[in-house]
Structures are given as C-alpha cells and as structure tokens.
Ligand binder design. Structure first.
Ligand SMILES: [Zn+2]
Length: 585
C-alpha cells in the first residue's frame, strides 16, 4: 500500500464523514440534548483534549476531545465543545496531538495457555534447534523439582523443510524426566523418550484417528514429534495445571494484552478450569478485559455434550465473561498436511492426501444446526479450502433449518479459500476471522506451504481484501501464543503483506492488501461485532464504555512499514487506567 493510496483513503473517509455529518445534523442535535443536560449537572471525571481521535464510528469521524464519567464516554467532539464538560475536579489530559483509538479487540487468542507457557519453558522468540535445546536445559536446571517439563513456542521451520523435531535432541539434556513442548502453532507436540515411555508409545502404537505419530521410516519407532491429536497420547499423562498456575498465566496475559491496547478478546478455546480462572479473576476485580470464551467441542463425542456446554455457558456467563460460543476445530494445518484441502497435497511418491477432517462433514451440519438453534455462536478453526467449505456448508444447513438467528458464526484462520466460496461469507452472515500476521511470505508459506499447494491455489492464500470487497465482516485476531498479540504488527502486515520486522521486502499477493481504516475496523468495531459487544464497545461514541488506547503517533501520518514501531502509551478499560500513566503523557 503506497502512502498516496493511504492519503486517498483518508481523504475519502473525511468526505464520507462530512456527508454523514451533514445528513444527520438534525438527528445529532436531538440525540446530544440529553447527555449534555446531564453533563451540565455532573462534569466529566476525566477528559482528553487536543488529540487525533479516530473514533471508528459509522461515518469514521475524527475528534479532538473525549470526556468520561462513570466508566462511559459522555462526550466526543471538538476541544471547544469539551469545555462544557469540565468541572473543578475533572482531570484534563492534553494528548498533544497523539492518536486515541478505541481499545483493540482480539477475536482469536489463547491468553491462559499463552500466559501459562510464558511462565514455564518458553521457547517463543528463539529461532534454532540449538537455541531450543539450550533453553530446555536451562529451564530444567532451574526447576529440579518439576516432575514434568512443559512449555512450548518452537517453530517447525527451525528444523528445516520436511525435518521433524526429534526426541534425541531433548534426551541429550533431559534424559530422566518427561518433556512436552507445543509448537508455536499448537499443532505439533515435541517430546523426549521419557515422555513417550510414560505414554506407552511404541512402534506398535497405531496413529489415533485425528493425528499422526511421526516415525522413523526404517524402524517404525516414534521420532519424538506428534502431530495434532497424537499429542494427546502424551498430554493426557501430564498432571493438569493447578488453579494457581492457571491464574498466574491469566494474570500475565491480562497485563501483556492491556499493555498492547487490548481491552476485549475472544478466547478461542476454553474448558471448565479456564472458565473458572476467568471467573475467579473477574470476581477479584482483576479481569480488565471483556472476554468471550469459546467452549471446546470434544470431537470424539457427539450431541450429548451439548448439555455440558449449556451448563458451562449458564454458570460462567456473568460479569466480564460471556461463554455463549462453541469452538469447533475442523482441520489441522497445511505444514503437516492435516488441513483439509479440495485438491490433494503435492507429495511426490506418496498416496494422495486430502488432510484430516476433525468432524465428519455431514455430522458437522447436524452439530452446527443444533448449536445454532440452542443460541450458540460457532467459532470454527478452518485452514484448508476443504475445511472452510465444510464449515460454510454447515452454517448454510443451520440457516435452512433455523433461519438467521444472528449468532455471527465465524471462521478463523482461512488460509486457502476457493474463490467460489468468498461470497458465501456475506450471504451466510459468517464473519471472516483472519490472523493477518501470517499473510506474508515467511518460511511457513514459502517452504512448508507453497510447494505442496500447486500454482493456482497459491494465489488464494489469506485473501483478506477479497473478503473485505465481498462485503463480509472481517475481524482480526492474533492466535497468541502462536503469534505476537501486538495488533500494530498485525495491522502493518495486513496493509503491506510484508514481515512487520522487515523479514520480507516484497508484498505477498499484493492485491490482497487492505487499507488502514479497514485494518483498524477489523481490530475494533468488527472484532467487537463478532464478540457481540458492539453496542458497548469497539468505537469511541457517547454512551459506550471508555475502552481506549493512546498511541505515541498517528498511524495515518506514518509510512505503513512504521506502524509496528508505534507504541501504546496508555490503555483505559471502562475508564480506568490499566496500562501507562496519565501524568506521563
Ligand atoms: Zn487458535
């Protein structure tokens, strides 16, 4: 995206704002009468002035000033009009031209597991197998009492194309205690020999239906990497995290996410201990995030689990927590050939493989139709074009049976979409939930994806602009701890299709770049929409909660490649400072 185009986009937004403001003048005057009368009686507690305030309201208006009282926004407008809302006790903060945005919302994130991982053996940020081994040894030496060593954050690409994470590497530094480490994308589990022994995995152990034990081609012995559901063979033996460990992980995550300007999330997979963790911190007043919890669909069970889901949903939907969503994982990932694809993977010398559907597609229709009728939103994991079509078909079946119940079902990841399926998102009301940080030519794409996809499909990878243009609602999420949860890095990639840290300098499928206003909407109002919270959050408008983020620079004034360099100086959650310091602005 060139700077000129950004300026053009901004100019268009301005013209639209003028047109909308002119058309709605009468209505605005009527609506503002009540809040202003109230404001005269009670001045704002906190006000920001002299800012570049991008409100993300319907006409995408800009403002200079915002006033807050009782956790809500009571005024948005010019510095001049702000004066009526200022009393002797109002704290007035001069933004000195800095940018103020609605708090970001992450529509697909795993805060508890990411936070727990960050406070255990954390391999995130390291790049090579040698670095991983050194870190595992360091952690093991520092935790001599731990019966199991758990953690994760390793990259499949660190082992080279086609190579697997092997147990011998860990055995060399930890031979006597089990070690279990998730890949950064969560789809592969790297274990040592002790862990395989405890799980009873031998060369005679069959692959589970939803996964694969990687084996030595000569001996048939497990090499130490377990794909998808095969990881559960070992994970089931790991003692569950204690409530204290989960709470420590969530505390870490809340602080980290708030520091990135995030005030709302959709947790992409929760079970009862997770929901309890949210509830505990919420009751203690520590949950400074609006949380939608997607209750995990157990794929080895059927409709009988809906009773449990209903119980969890009713028990835990209160305060900041909304547990009226169900997460269905429909496939794996392309890098290990478990994503469901419509044309087989190009694997010379191997039988044609179409990936592994996690739920039988016909059964999926029944499941989604039932959940839809029961009032649940469905959050799908679908990466391959086959799994995406299966998810869309299931929503279509629910539509035919139940009509439009307005649950805002959404599909996350969306790596390869057949062009004929693009328009179905809008017509079925399915939100396209992308993880834009993945949309550039990193080794996952160049080495582990493109060679197995064929030329034609290589054009359809992360087609974000196609979805925007189709009229679908596009929301963004990070999938942290798979990737950085920093929305500014993700926004940069969405508009440049290049690595945010300069990893690549050529846009990947440049026609799929989107504009800054579109990317900001995907992380604010559209994410609030998929979180069913757009009435109270997602934009800076009178009556909404004061969830706000102050940035050190105006994103519209800088080159797109600088967006990830911007810093969040201050975050407010419901009017309360949860990151930064008002007096340091
Ligand atoms: Zn995820």
């Amino acid at each position: 995206m060139s700077h000129a185009l950004i300026s053009l986009a901004r100019a268009m937004v301005f013209v639209l704002a003028l047109a909308a403001a002119a058309g709605c003048a009468k209505k605005d005057a009527d609506e503002s009468a009540a809040p202003q009368a109230a404001a005269a009686a009670a001045p704002a507690e906190l006000a920001f002035k002299n800012g570049a305030i991008y409100t993300v309201d319907g006409p995408r208006r800009w403002a200079d000033a915002v006033a807050i009282r009782g956790g809500h926004i009571v005024f948005v407008g010019t510095d001049l009009d702000l004066e009526k809302h200022i009393g002797p006790d109002t704290r007035v903060v001069d933004l000195k031209g800095r940018m103020l945005l609605p708090g970001f919302q992450d529509a697909h994130v795993h805060p508890i597991s990411a936070g727990t991982e960050a406070v255990s053996c954390d391999l995130n940020g390291l790049q090579t197998a040698e670095q991983y081994v050194a870190k595992i040894k360091e952690y093991s030496d520092a935790h001599p009492q731990a019966e199991w060593i758990t953690g994760g954050g390793w990259l499949m690409s660190a082992f080279g194309p086609g190579a697997r994470a092997r147990r011998e590497l860990i055995d060399a530094v930890v031979p006597d205690r089990p070690v279990v480490l998730s890949s950064t994308d969560g789809h592969t589990t790297w274990v040592n020999s002790k862990a395989l022994e405890i799980a009873g995995i031998t060369k005679d152990t069959p692959d589970p239906p939803d996964g694969r034990i990687d084996r030595d081609p000569r001996t048939g012995e497990a090499v130490g990497s377990l794909q998808e559901g095969a990881g559960s063979l070992v994970r089931d033996k790991v003692p569950p995290s204690t409530p204290e460990q989960l709470q420590a992980g969530l505390r870490y995550a809340i602080k980290y996410l708030n520091a990135l300007g995030i005030t709302g999330i959709q947790d992409a997979s929760v079970d009862e201990p997770d929901l309890k963790t949210y509830q505990t911190l919420d009751q203690a007043g520590e949950l400074t995030l609006h949380v939608v919890g997607s209750i995990w669909w157990e794929r080895d069970q059927g409709l009988e689990q809906i009773d449990t889901i209903k119980r969890l949903s009713t028990t835990y939907t209160k305060g900041q927590v909304d547990a009226r969503t169900v997460k269905i994982m429909q496939d794996g990932v392309i890098e290990n050939y478990t994503a469901v694809v419509l044309e087989p993977y190009k694997l010379p010398g191997k039988a044609p493989s179409y990936g592994i559907p996690m739920v039988d597609p016909e059964k999926l229709k029944t499941v989604v139709t039932t959940l839809d009728a029961d009032g649940f939103q469905v959050h799908f994991h679908a990466i391959g074009d086959g799994a995406i079509r299966q998810a869309l078909d299931a929503v279509e079946a629910a539509r035919v049976a139940n009509g439009d119940r307005g649950h805002r079902h959404h599909i996350s990841h969306l790596e390869v979409i057949q062009p004929v399926d693009v328009s179905r998102f809008r017509t079925l009301g399915v939100v396209a939930n992308f993880q834009p940080l993945w949309a550039y030519a990193d080794p996952y794409i160049t080495d582990l994806t493109l060679p197995f996809m064929g030329k034609e499909r290589a054009q359809w990878i992360y087609p974000i602009e196609s979805l925007v243009r189709s009229g679908a609602v596009v929301a963004f999420g990070s999938d942290w701890s798979v990737s950085s949860p920093n929305p500014l890095e993700q926004i940069e990639v969405a508009i440049t299709r290049m690595g945010a840290a300069g990893e690549t300098t050529t846009p990947f499928l440049p026609a799929e770049r989107i504009t800054l206003p579109e990317a900001l909407a995907a992380f604010t109002i559209n994410a609030a929409y998929v979180n069913r919270d757009e009435v109270d959050t997602g934009s800076i408008e009178v009556g909404k909660l004061a969830d706000l983020a102050v940035l050190d620079r105006n994103l519209f004034d800088i080159a797109p490649t600088e967006i990830s360099d911007a810093k969040v100086l201050l975050t407010l959650f419901e009017g309360k400072v949860v990151h930064g310091d008002l007096s340091s602005l």
